[in-house]
Design a protein around this ligand. Structure first.
Ligand code: AMP
Ligand code: MN
Ligand code: MN
Ligand code: MN
Length: 276
């Protein structure tokens, strides 16, 4: 029997559109057997997701997606199999959420200068949990009719060089990997083909990540093409990293990512779940 894994997705606790229990029920409908909930910089959805997973007969891996700043780039590091009760992890994540609050105010001020009023209240209305994400600003700007879809709104307002962009001041790579370790989890570089860095910079990132104790690379992601999957599979071999697979599902507003719809890992990769 084949087993279906989806090791990267978001709930309303961060910037997804389904509550943790709805997300688990949707995963079950989609044929997922093992699901990791990986909200951005917060683990508050895990308790509800675990209860729902027990009801649905699905295995829930407690996870998190940590925002990291590395050589001026924002990089996302997944922690899989973490203990959400770990104090070191929670202290680290709390610091990131404090930065998010300050950044949200700064984004709203920048948008105000462009004549877009009440963006903090508007974005907050879309944030059901403690986290304010650019995704919530994007939803508000779409509500105002300022762009045609999610990708368009990011491109016009929320990325570097655009009116509502504030540079990230996230965790250090070594700290993020260290918090994940303290919490007993495995650190995985998320969607590696999405970063706007050269292949040699990516190799530098992977070497540092390994040196800090990181173990995995997300080879399969909804945002990766078949060529990118193959390239990341080669990086796994080269750096002796385990391969992970996740949809990065957020809900219907990001239709390119469907829950549980993950391509097979390329030949030769060692799946991270073989270590479980
Ligand atoms: P933040 O962590 O608040 O800076 O927001 C990053 C989130 O915005 C990502 O996790 C995605 O969910 C979303 N995002 C980033 N870039 C795009 C894009 N080009 N189109 C749609 N969503 C995006
Ligand atoms: Mn997101
Ligand atoms: Mn990400
Ligand atoms: Mn994600």
């Amino acid at each position: 029997m084949s087993h279906s894994y989806d090791l990267h997705c978001h709930s309303t606790v961060s910037d997804g559109s389904l509550a943790p229990e709805q997300l688990v029920a949707h995963a079950k409908e989609q044929g997922v057997d093992t699901l990791a909930l990986t909200d951005h910089d917060i683990t508050a959805g895990i308790v509800d997701a675990e209860l729902a997973a027990a009801r649905e007969g699905l295995r829930l891996i407690p996870g998190v997606e940590i925002s990291v700043s590395w050589l001026g780039q924002t990089i996302h590091i997944l922690g899989l199999g973490i203990d959400p009760a770990n104090a070191e992890l929670q202290a680290g994540l709390a610091g990131l959420r404090e930065f998010r609050r300050q950044r949200a105010e700064a984004i709203a001020k920048l948008l105000e200068k462009k004549g877009i009023k009440n963006a903090l209240a508007g974005a907050s209305a879309y944030a059901e949990g403690e986290i304010i994400s650019r995704t919530h600003f994007a939803r508000y700007l779409l509500e105002l009719g300022l762009a045609k879809d999610m990708r368009d709104v990011f491109k016009r307002y929320l990325v570097r060089g655009k009116p509502g962009y504030v540079a990230g001041q996230w965790a250090l790579l070594e700290d993020a990997v260290g918090w994940i370790h303290s919490a007993g989890g495995q650190a995985v570089v998320a969607h590696p083909a999405r970063y706007k860095i050269t292949d040699s910079k990516l190799r530098q990132l992977l070497q540092q990540f390994k040196d800090h104790g990181g173990v995995g690379l997300e080879v399969v992601s909804s945002s990766h093409s078949p060529d990118e999957r193959a390239r990341m599979a080669r990086h796994c071999t080269k750096f002796d990293l385990l391969a992970s697979s996740g949809s990065d599902y957020h809900g219907p507003s990001q239709p390119w990512a469907q829950l549980g719809r993950c391509a097979a890992l390329p030949e030769g990769c060692t799946p991270i779940w073989e270590t479980w």
